[in-house]
Design a protein around this ligand. Structure first.
Ligand SMILES: [Zn+2]
Length: 124
């Protein structure tokens, strides 16, 4: 028998995902602003490049920032996907065994299409 989430359960997931989405968007905005300040600051830094140590940590900071941006942008896509799956009625249901996916797993990876045991069994 196929399992389903109740409307109430789905709604609380939806709220959780939307909240996460909001905070990711805010974080992304802040990170983008910082990334831009790095980019526009380049020519200024070049003039005062006598501080090599500072330039090095700037570079590190910039790499961290771009990595963060990339990861958060991916995460945002996953959250959007999860919301789509809710509309399609496929959210939180394992596509292999048709059972509900553990709540803890859905909080970690809301767009997942398989429960942990099915995912572990599949060998490509
Ligand atoms: Zn399964």
């Amino acid at each position: 028998m196929e399992e389903t989430w109740t409307k109430k359960e789905l709604n609380s997931f939806r709220t959780m995902i939307k909240d996460k989405r909001e905070s990711v968007i805010i974080e992304l905005d802040e990170a983008r602003e910082r990334a831009e300040s790095f980019t526009t600051g380049d020519s200024v830094n070049a003039i005062y490049s006598s501080h090599m140590a500072d330039a090095g940590s700037d570079q590190q900071e910039r790499e961290k920032l771009f990595y963060f941006l990339k990861r958060e942008t991916e995460f945002l896509k996953y959250l959007d996907r999860a919301l789509e799956m809710m509309d399609e009625g496929t959210f939180g249901i394992c596509k292999t065994c048709k059972k509900k996916i553990a709540e803890e797993r859905l909080i970690e990876v809301p767009h997942t299409t398989q429960c942990f045991s099915c995912k572990s069994k599949v060998k490509f």
